[in-house]
Ligand binder design. Sequence first.
Ligand SMILES: *Cc1c(COP(=O)(O)O)cnc(C)c1O
Length: 354
Amino acid sequence: MYTGIIDHYRKYLPVNDDMPIVSLNEGNTPLIRLNNIPRTLGKEVELYVKFEGANPTGSFKDRGMTMAVSKAVEKGSRAIICASTGNTSAAAAAYAARAGIRCFVLIPDGKIALGKLAQAMMHGSVVIQIQGNFDDGMRLVKEVARQTPVTIVNSINPLRLQGQKTISFEIIDTLGTAPDYHCLPVGNAGNISAHWLGYCEYMEAGLTDSRPVIAGYQAFGAAPFVLGQKVDRPETVATAIRIGDPQSWDKAWQASRESNGWFDRFRDEEILEMQHELAQREGIFCEPASAVSLLGALHDIKKGKIPEGKRVVCTLTGHGLKDPDAAIKQSSAARLKVKPTLDSVRAVILDNMG
Ligand SMILES: *Cc1c(COP(=O)(O)O)cnc(C)c1O
């Protein structure tokens, strides 16, 4: 039976045999080859998405949280804390519930997807909405943790990256080798750093003889890596990457440099269109921030920056159900209201057979 990333990748993680494992069987997510979208490109590429929305709380944050919470419990911590745009708090709340410890989450007032807020509340964490953004919350968490007995489970906790690096292990284990390019959204930049760590460690272990070029994509109004400097008031519909002061700044630059990668940014409208197209044409529903990875990949394939004949993996970081408002707003035209009669329903069907 599969029982989560710590048990499965124990050899590559900083864990002792007697460490209590707090797991929800995270990881082991599907790597799905796209069929329909690449066909419209007119270019020969092997394009995959790693669907992290299939994790227990619906995002990749579970990979890091199982490590961070297990270690917190091992050292006797009774409470964890994080700042979050939503998914970190959802994962922290769930794993704290599993462990039977307290969880405090600081989230930006009003700018959090409804599903994520529901998760944090449902799992019994103490939700503190601050009149500020993620960066304000992050600063407060660091300050308060110095004065109170709480363990920070944001990705500045190195155990988070240790857990999250297992995504790269899974991709290599599935494909038999590393992809040529790996594309992903970048917010606080923990994940891009963790991906690179995973690829490097598997190469050192002799399990792959190559590593991918890493392309990191951001939203136009929250693109500190593209601008080369912090952004004061980050804004984007992709709330999971609405971050102006990324905590893993140096590590992300290192990943980009060592892999000969790059950063780019895209507009909110294009991001939402990509999310919609992926849902409609491939049957995969990710959240807006996740769609940035595929949007960037397709953009760079069209431009030839990613050459033909290459194997490309995009991380779809979170599930579309997290943010039902964003989804309904852009697809409400598909909802028809008719009289409850056979004729009216039949008319709609015949009109829409395509
Ligand atoms: C956390 C998150 C990101 C950004 O990851 P970072 O490690 O902060 O760069 C992107 N998409 C989703 C869905 C997330 O939850």
